[in-house]
Design a protein around this ligand. Structure first.
Ligand code: GCO
Ligand code: MG
Length: 402
């Protein structure tokens, strides 16, 4: 089989997505996601201008060699744009392989290791009461694991809480909006949120929380300690992780499990975190970390150090990545949990898919390959719209991590 052509689709059915379609001389095609929230056109151009010309004529079954060619062959390694482009190619090729062999991708990754993929949902509210009501709603929907985020009294906005009437996940049209941050207010508030959540819902639901890279190690250590009585499944991104050793400080002070890695692009971003057992869950996603070919190696490496997977799954990862994550999650032995934020109706209509949710678990479906389509005609009705994530400032105006 040979690759005969490829094209990039950028559309905005509710939010922007970058999708690669690779075609072959046997009429089989594959889809890959290359979406990078707020930087979509950089990936689209990288693939169109610099990757597609190198793919024509290659054997789509050679996923390892093509991965190495795009990674090593570019000379300029790593980075979110490059790795999202490589992921789009890699996933599209695995889709082709599955279709050609008439089997779902999970069978090519080792087959089913479990019955279903445990997922966690997002609950949020402007205050604790509203957040708890949302937790209740998600429990009724069948979720067994729920991430809880609430507005902080005195702060105009905070991560994880939509503006009134809006859906989460943000990527606002136009230029970046500015949020407000106070570590002191957040640290005073968050233990109360989990005290109330446990009081109302008991111990029978997994609770998660995302600090979204906003604390210093010693602040995160304090929060982790104060959250210990509420037995979190994980505390996510307590600090920005460029300095991997920062996690040592947190780890030495608290037994609250730690998760990080949604912004990592290769194993080299988290190798020390894993090897030194400073984290419990690695959050790297198929789209931002080079596809199945690289993430499988990360998971296998992590399995040696008691670290489990917890792949990023916000709505800025397209249904193509959601499907890929479910094939991955049902197959890898050291799977931990998968994030699930439901896409809006427009997105689901543009990407018809076979995956499903039932009683807290998701299932990739049994269609050959990924089991996701792209309705190109419908996609054309939703052209790209410039949109960015917010930026964040402390109360005195200092720019900080969002
Ligand atoms: C999560 C993430 C998202 C990111 C978003 C950025 O844990 O789901 O933190 O909420 O902010 O994916 O584009
Ligand atoms: Mg996160």
């Amino acid at each position: 089989m040979k690759i005969t052509g490829a094209s990039v689709n950028v559309c905005s059915p509710g939010r922007n997505f970058v999708t690669l379609k690779i075609e072959t001389d046997e009429g089989i095609y594959g889809l890959g996601d290359g979406t990078l929230n707020g930087r979509e056109l950089a990936v689209a151009s990288y693939i169109t201008e610099h990757v597609i010309p190198c793919l024509i004529g290659r054997d789509p079954f050679q996923t390892e060699d093509i991965w190495q060619y795009l990674y090593r062959g570019a000379y300029w390694r790593r980075g979110p744009v490059t790795m999202a482009a490589i992921a789009a190619v890699d996933v599209a090729l695995w889709d082709i392989k599955g279709k050609a062999l008439n089997t779902p991708i999970y069978n090519l990754l080792g087959g089913r290791s479990r019955g279903g993929v445990l997922v966690y949902a997002h609950a949020h509210g402007a205050d604790i009461e509203e957040a708890l009501d949302d937790v209740g709603k998600h429990i009724e929907m069948g979720y067994q694991a729920i991430r809880v985020q609430s507005g902080v009294p005195g702060l105009a906005s905070t991560y994880g809480v939509p503006k009134a009437g809006m859906r989460y996940e943000p990527a606002e049209k136009g230029l970046p909006s500015e949020g407000q941050w106070s570590t002191e207010m957040y640290l005073r508030h968050t233990p109360k949120l989990f005290e109330e959540t446990r009081r109302r819902f008991g111990e029978n639901v997994h609770l998660l929380h995302d600090c979204h890279h906003r604390l210093t190690p010693i602040e995160a250590a304090r929060l982790g300690k104060e959250l210990e009585p509420y037995h979190l499944f994980w505390m996510e991104d307590p600090v920005a992780a460029e300095l991997q050793e920062g996690f040592r400080v947190i780890r030495e002070h608290t037994t609250t499990p730690l998760a990080t890695g949604e912004v990592f692009n290769t194993i080299w971003d988290g190798q020390e975190l894993i090897q030194r057992q400073w984290i419990d869950y690695i959050r790297m996603s198929i789209v931002h970390a080079g596809g199945f070919t690289h993430l499988k190696k990360v998971a296998d490496f992590a399995s040696l150090y008691h670290v489990r997977t917890g792949c990023h799954g916000a709505t800025d990862l397209s249904p193509v990545t959601m499907a890929a994550a479910l094939h991955f999650g049902i197959a890898v032995h050291n799977f931990g949990i998968q994030e699930h934020m439901a896409h809006c109706e427009e997105t689901d209509a543009v990407f018809p898919h076979g995956y499903s949710f039932k009683a807290g678990y998701m299932y990739p479906g049994d269609a050959p390959g990924l089991g996701v389509e792209l309705d190109e005609k419908l996609a054309a009705k939703y052209p790209y719209e410039r949109a960015y994530l917010p930026v964040n400032r402390k109360l005195d105006g200092t720019l900080t991590d969002w």
